[in-house]
Write a new protein. Structure first.
Length: 228
C-alpha cells in the first residue's frame, strides 16, 4: 500500500479535477452535471477513500477484486456512503464476488461473464461493455464488431441493466491523439442507443469529456502517483 495521501492534498486534487471537468464541459457546451467523476482508488489505502469522500466524492473505482473487497468493506464500516465501480478485468469465476461488492461493472467483455454476473447479482447491477476500440493487441475488451451480440444478451439479462460502453484509450504522448478513439466509442454507443460512456483517465479525461464521456475514471490526478 502506498503512503496515505494528506486530506488537504486529496481536497486540492479533487478541486483541480472538478475545475478541469467544468472547463471541458464549457468547451463542449455540456452541463457538468452529466459527467460523473469516478475516483480510482486502486493502490490507495481506505484513508484516501475517506479523504476523497470528505471532499465530496461519491463514486469510487477499483480494478482488482482481491484488493477491492476488503477496501469496500472497510470504507463502508468507516461510514463512507458510495457507489462502487469495478473498472478492471473480471474473470467469470469471480463474478459472484464482483456482483456483491460492486454496484457498477465497467469491464464486461464476454457472454460467459455476462451470464455469470446475471446469475450472481443479489440485486440488479449496472453494467457497461468494455470495447477494445483501438483494436490494440493484448488489450482487454471486445472488438467493435462483437458488441452487437453482447448488447443483445445484456438486454435480455434479468438482473443486469446495460448502461453503456467503456474503453481504455491507448497510451499517447498527446491526448489529442486519442480523440478519434473516444469519438468511435461514442458513435458505437449511439448505434445501440446506449447513454453512458466510460472513457477518460488522468491523462485524457478532458478530451474524453469533449467527446461525450459521462463517466471519467480518474486516479492519479486526485490521489497522486501510485507507489504500488
Ligand atoms: C488505473 C485505472 C484508471 C485511472 O488511471 P489514472 O491514470 O490514475 O487516472 C482508470 N481506468 C482503469 C481501467 C484503470 O485501471
Amino acid at each position: 500500500m502506498s503512503a496515505v495521501p494528506l486530506q488537504q492534498d486529496v481536497e486540492a486534487g479533487v478541486e483541480r479535477v472538478r475545475e478541469s471537468i467544468a472547463r471541458a464541459c464549457q468547451r463542449a457546451g455540456r452541463d457538468p452535471g452529466t459527467v460523473t467523476l469516478v475516483a480510482i482508488s486502486k493502490g490507495q489505502p481506505v484513508e484516501a477513500v475517506r479523504a476523497a469522500n470528505a471532499a465530496g466524492l461519491r463514486h469510487f473505482g477499483e480494478n482488482r477484486i482481491q484488493e477491492a473487497v476488503p477496501k469496500t468493506e472497510a470504507a463502508k464500516a468507516a461510514g463512507v456512503e458510495a457507489t462502487w465501480h469495478l473498472v478492471g478485468h473480471l474473470q467469470s469465476n469471480k463474478a459472484k464476488a464482483a456482483a456483491s461488492s460492486f454496484d457498477v461493472i465497467h469491464s464486461v467483455d464476454s457472454l460467459k461473464l455476462l451470464a455469470r454476473l446475471d446469475g450472481a447479482a443479489p440485486a440488479p447491477r449496472d453494467v457497461l461493455l468494455q470495447v477494445n476500440i483501438a483494436a490494440e493487441p493484448q488489450k482487454q475488451g471486445v472488438a467493435a464488431d462483437e458488441v452487437a451480440a453482447l448488447v443483445e444478451a445484456a438486454r435480455e439479462a434479468a438482473n443486469l441493466r446495460l448502461r453503456g460502453l467503456m474503453t481504455i484509450a491507448p497510451i499517447a504522448a498527446d491526448p489529442e491523439d486519442v480523440r478519434p478513439v473516444f469519438r468511435d466509442l461514442r458513435e458505437l454507443a449511439e448505434r445501440f442507443a446506449l447513454t453512458d460512456l466510460s472513457m477518460g483517465m488522468t491523462d485524457d479525461f478532458e478530451v474524453a469529456i469533449e467527446e461525450g464521456a459521462t463517466l471519467v475514471r480518474v486516479g492519479r490526478a486526485i490521489f497522486g502517483e501510485r507507489t504500488t
